[in-house]
Design a protein around this ligand. Sequence first.
Ligand code: SAM
Length: 203
Amino acid sequence: MTDRPYAEATARNAAPILEILKREFRDSQRVLEIGSGTGQHAVAFAAILDHLHWQTSDLDENHAGINAWVGASQLENVSAPLSIDVRTADVAVDSYDAVYSSNTAHIMGIDAVETMFSLVGNALRVDGVFCLYGPFRCNGQFNAQSNADFDTNLRGRDPAMGIRDLEALDEFAAVNSLRRRRLYAVPSNNYVAVWRKTGDPIT
Ligand SMILES: C[S@@+](CC[C@H](N)C(=O)[O-])C[C@H]1O[C@@H](n2cnc3c(N)ncnc32)[C@H](O)[C@@H]1O
C-alpha cells in the first residue's frame, strides 16, 4: 500500500480555500479537480462539502498517492483519479458543474495553461464555475517580493514555468466563454480566481 504523500503548504491553505468553495460551489454537484497532486485537498474538501461529488485527476505518476488518500478517507463522494493531462485530455462536454485546480498554472507551461482553459470551457455546463488557486501577477505587478523571488526560482528550474498574469488567464478564459466574476485574496499572497461559464461567446 502506498503511503499518503503530504505537502505542508497544501494542508495549510485548505481552510481558507474551503471557505471560498463553500460559497462558490454552493449550487454545484459534480466537481472535477485538475492536478490533484497529493490528493489532500480532494478529501479535505469532499469531507465537508458533502453535497458534491469530487472527481480527482492528475498525470498518472500521482495516482498512487491520490488513491491512498481517497482510500483512507472512506468517503463515498470522492473518486479515484482520472488520467488527465490538460495538453491532451478530452473531457465530455457539459459534464461538470464546477472545476477546481490549485497551484497548477505556474507549474504547467503556458501552452498547457491555455489548453486547461479550453478543457474547462468544454467540461463546464453553462453557469458552471472554475476556481483556480495560486499566485498570480495582476497589472504586471507581483503582490509580494516573495512571489517575485518564487517566479525567478521557477524560471531558473524550468523556463516554461512561472507565475502567470491574471489578464492572460482572463484572455484564455474569454475565448472559452468563461468570464471572471471574483478574485479572492487569501493568505500567503495567493488568490482564488473564479470564472463562470456564460451561455454566449465573450467579445
Ligand atoms: C504544485 S503541484 C499542486 C498539486 C495540488 N493541486 C496542490 O495544490 O497541492 C502541481 C500539479 O500540477 C500537475 N500537472 C502538471 N502539469 C500538468 C498537466 N499538463 N496536466 C495536468 N496536471 C498537470 C502536477 O502533476 C501536480 O499534481
